[in-house]
Design a protein around this ligand. Structure first.
Ligand SMILES: NC(=O)C1=CN([C@@H]2O[C@H](COP(=O)(O)OP(=O)(O)OC[C@H]3O[C@@H](n4cnc5c(N)ncnc54)[C@H](O)[C@@H]3O)[C@@H](O)[C@H]2O)C=CC1
Ligand SMILES: O=C(O)CCC(=O)C(=O)O
Length: 387
């Protein structure tokens, strides 16, 4: 029986995919696996029994990835599962920033008792008028799951789209419209574009990447959209630029005391992935990832360990070993198994940065003694008897 804990509400269509071999527990301290959305995990005590964390979403800045890796906890996310939900809200953001739609709605509500509202509206509407997005230049920073969808949809909306991503994946490049102009220097986006939208992960290297210098390069009346993370932008500098009339609007999905209520800021309460479809997609993918890891030892879509998959185990036993990515590990495993008289029927070893994972199928049952010997090897973080 496996135990899982939900640190945030997770869509039932996903949780329903857990078989009778899984039990939901309220205490993380008892869980083999945890499912999370945006709950901050950095200060949580991670129990020794925890084997996996699945982020039902894309961003993993709320999870201590290295701390998890050191404890042999595999962290997954659900790439692309909420991308369409975010893409659609980005377009809402562009439209809200282009005309004073919110001001117009507020005006109607404030004048709801005016019997002549239809006539008065015709006089007042010029106050809420704006511009169209068709024909404008859009810069997309980060061409992953969301950036590609935004860029492609913007082409269909008649925009002139510039894309920047020095680390673009092959599959994202395949999916990107050929009409998107490839930009190799992000400053060209800052200088040229009327709308700039950010879709990169929050990492040490991307923190405040849109800084005061970048903002100073932008066109007068540029509109900046941030549906990625607030810390990607120097928001103090942004608020100053808005107050000075240098930037027209800053649309952010991350409310905080700096931006909420500041002139020119349009802020939504982290709604990008809050659609039934995105929540369902993320939950389904997260549960499938956890089940594949718990039941087969396979790692698919991990952010702190390499992906490594051998399907279902068809031999007498399977061992999964999470270890440091250092030389000489595999030979020690084969010696340990050989000394125990165990034949290796199949093996896959993958590495990612400082960490690596090996799956070993064996022709005889896995004993606790062998597991203990493998655990004692220097550099091993966790050993699992999968079968
Ligand atoms: N508002 C919301 O509710 C949501 C926000 N997000 C945020 O959006 C981010 C992006 O999500 P996805 O597109 O699904 O992730 P993704 O991993 O598919 O794409 C991220 C892209 O950013 C690129 N990148 C990394 N560093 C870069 C840099 N310095 N300059 C340019 N490009 C860079 C990567 O190469 C990758 O192609 C997430 O990390 C998360 O923070 C994601 C989903 C929902
Ligand atoms: O689960 C959520 O609502 C947050 C989505 C998000 O920010 C992400 O997937 O990175």
């Amino acid at each position: 029986m496996f135990k899982y804990n939900c640190l945030n509400p997770i869509a039932s269509v996903g949780l329903d995919l857990f078989s009778n071999d899984y039990e939901k527990v309220e205490d993380l301290g008892q869980a083999d696996a945890a499912l999370v959305r945006s709950a901050a995990m950095h200060d949580l005590e991670l129990p020794d029994c925890l084997l996996a964390v699945a982020r039902a979403g894309a961003g993993v800045n709320n999870i201590p990835l290295d701390k998890c890796a050191e404890k042999g906890i595999v962290v997954f996310n659900t790439p692309g599962a909420n991308a369409n939900g975010v893409k659609e809200l980005v377009f809402a953001g562009m439209l809200y920033a282009s005309r004073d739609i919110v001001g117009g709605i507020d005006w109607c509500l404030a004048n709801q008792n005016d019997e002549n509202i239809a006539k008065t509206a015709e006089k007042q509407k010029k106050n809420f008028a704006g511009t169209e997005i068709s024909g404008k230049k859009l810069g997309v920073i980060g061409l992953g799951a969301i950036g590609v969808l935004v860029a492609n949809a913007a082409i269909h909306m008649g925009m002139d789209v510039y894309g920047y991503d020095p680390y673009i994946s092959v599959s994202a490049a395949w999916n990107l419209s050929r009409s998107v102009k490839h930009i190799s220097n992000v400053e060209d986006i800052y200088r040229e574009c009327d709308y700039i939208t950010i879709h990169v992960p929050l990492l040490d290297s991307t923190k405040k990447m849109v800084n005061a210098e970048a903002i100073a390069m932008m066109k007068p009346n540029a509109i900046v959209l941030n549906f990625a993370r607030d810390l990607l932008v120097d928001e103090e500098a942004m608020v100053e630029a808005l107050a000075a009339g240098k930037i027209k609007k800053y649309v952010s999905d991350f409310p905080n005391p700096t931006t909420v209520g500041a002139k020119g800021c349009i802020v939504t309460p982290h709604l990008g992935a809050s659609t039934a479809e995105s929540e369902d997609n993320c939950a389904i993918m997260a549960v499938r990832e956890i089940r594949d890891y718990m039941e087969n030892g396979n790692i698919v879509h991990s952010v702190n360990f390499p992906d490594c998959s051998m399907g279902a185990c068809t031999t007498a036993g399977r061992i999964g070993i999470l270890h440091r990515n250092v030389s000489g590990m595999i030979s020690q495993y084969s010696t340990t198994l050989g000394d125990a008289g165990m034949n290796i029927a199949g093996m896959t070893n993958k590495s990612k940065g400082d960490y690596a994972y090996v799956l070993i199928d064996v022709d005889s049952p896995v004993t606790d003694e062998v597991i203990q010997k493998l655990e004692n090897i220097e550099g091993v973080l966790k050993v699992r008897k999968v079968k």
